[in-house]
Design a binder for this molecule. Structure first.
Ligand code: F0G
Length: 459
């Protein structure tokens, strides 16, 4: 796999620190074997998330300087409104401080206690907010999405037939709506086709249900659509985005991903005034006045610029190319991952790489810890550790797949960094059976993976 060279050059650098294996062994122990508790300075290559970790352009940094900090009606807000209207085509667009703020504002306004929300797969915070609003999140991804070894163009798609059956079985009055996550983070940053969006729209129209697009990686999704869905081969990324969003009613967007800012989020409503009023009523007490929504004027200015930069095709080809390059190195080394590789990183199939570790000892987490000890690389579990306990029974829940996610920050690491990652994985693979599983010694009630304490299981 050829590396697609960066469509930018480097103007500012941030040194990173190399550490010894002994140092890292002690450091991760002190952090209760939870990568979130490490000091970032003790990490060499940080692939924990692609969220808020991107490098802004010189144009965005210039935007920071001209951001308007007025409490209401700031110039930067109107720049953001121009950008959002042009890109998404929705009547109402609301800045908020990040994606989960959008979720906190939206789900209580749209959920009656006990109602189900169906999704092609919820991201963990979205799942958490559905639960906090009294709703019940149900994942219904297409069968291909759960099979990590075979190729499919759009593994992020919803299983529309399963959604229809679920609605018929449980009664439409018990369904709050449908969330379409693009790209589908939890199944590996896998794209959703426009054809699937159309089918879900038909289903929602038939039953009179709302569609919320969880749009964190909408631009990467649009690039996949251009590359893989014949109908869109000659379309622009903006046209594909407009078309995709035309099948939703509302979007919630973490701008920390494809809009390449370190903080920010958005909510959009296509044309429902009643929902807009509910959103406004929640935004003002939780996030702040409507024209800043928890963000500084400079953040809003950088966001308005970043939203457009994130749609540039040369950038998106390079961006998807980084994951493809890393996956190509894994192919050579026989390291299993969600195939084909997704947009924002590589999801290693830790369940397959570490078959001696049962799901309740978290293979995805075990591999992440081993990568840190091996080479100072920080990754995270997208598997059974990420699954909170069943809110009703309190039982641990098994994830559909045990992934270790290597999320690639935008415009940050080079080809040589990716080579270091592949080498570390090769050396772990050579001694895979020595990698221990983990058990939880303390955990909070929701979103446990962020703060849980763990320890290696002794045999
Ligand atoms: N939706 C999706 C699909 C996400 O991936 C995330 C965040 C959110 C919503 C929440 O947005 O972080 O701005 O509050 N994902 C990050 C990740 C944290 O690492 O995948 P947020």
């Amino acid at each position: 796999m050829k590396y697609i060279a960066e469509p930018f050059k480097i103007k500012m650098v941030e040194p990173i620190r190399m550490t010894t294996r002994e140092y890292r062994e002690q450091t991760i122990k002190d952090a209760f074997y939870n990568g979130f508790s490490l000091r970032a300075e003790d990490v060499y290559i940080d692939l924990q998330t692609d969220s808020g970790t991107g490098a802004m352009s010189h144009t965005q940094w210039a935007g920071i300087m001209v951001g308007d900090e007025s409490y209401s009606g700031a110039r930067s807000y109107f720049h953001l409104m121009e950008a959002t209207k042009e890109i998404f085509g929705y009547a109402y667009n609301q800045p908020v401080h990040q994606g989960r703020a959008a979720e906190k504002v939206l789900f209580p306004a749209l959920t009656k206690p006990g109602q189900y929300w169906l999704s092609n797969t919820f991201f963990d915070t979205t799942r958490g907010h559905v639960g906090l609003a009294g709703g019940r999140p149900i994942d219904l991804v297409c069968a291909e999405g759960l099979d990590t070894t075979t190729y499919a163009d759009f593994k992020g798609n919803a299983d529309v037939r399963a959604m229809r059956t679920f609605i018929n079985t449980h009664g439409v009055e018990n369904i709050a709506g449908i969330v379409m996550t693009i790209t589908n983070n939890t199944v590996g940053g896998q794209p959703v086709s426009v054809a699937n969006m159309r089918e879900v729209r038909e289903l929602a129209d038939y039953y009179g249900l709302l569609i919320v697009i969880d749009a964190a990686r909408f631009a990467e999704n649009a690039m996949f659509v251009k590359q893989r869905e014949v109908e869109f081969r000659t379309s622009t990324i903006t046209d594909i985005t407009r078309e995709t969003f035309s099948y939703g009613d509302i979007y919630a967007l973490s701008a920390k991903k494809d809009a390449i800012v370190n903080m920010g989020g958005l909510i959009g409503v296509r044309d429902d005034e009643e929902i807009v009023e509910k959103i406004k009523a929640n935004v003002i007490p939780f996030e702040g006045y409507l024209t800043y929504g928890g963000l500084a004027g400079r953040d809003i200015e950088a966001l308005a610029i970043g939203l457009k930069e994130g749609l540039n095709e040369d950038y998106l080809a390079y961006r998807l190319g980084q994951s493809q390059y890393l996956a190509g190195l894994f192919d050579e080394a026989g390291i299993p991952y969600q195939t084909p590789v997704g947009g924002h990183g590589v999801f290693i199939d830790a369940g397959k790489l570490l078959p001696h570790i049962p799901w309740y000892q978290f293979p995805g987490h075990a591999l992440a810890i081993e990568l840190y000890i091996e080479a100072g690389i920080r990754a995270c579990d997208i598997g059974s550790l990420l699954m909170d306990r069943d809110p009703v029974t309190g039982e641990p829940q098994q994830a559909a797949s045990e992934f270790t996610r290597l999320a690639i920050p935008r415009r940050v690491y080079t080809q040589a960094h990716l080579d270091v990652v592949a080498d570390a994985l090769k050396s772990i693979k050579a001694r895979a059976e020595q990698v221990p599983g983990y058990e939880i010694t303390w955990e909070p009630r929701v979103l446990r993976h962020f703060t849980a304490h763990l320890q290696p299981v002794k045999h």
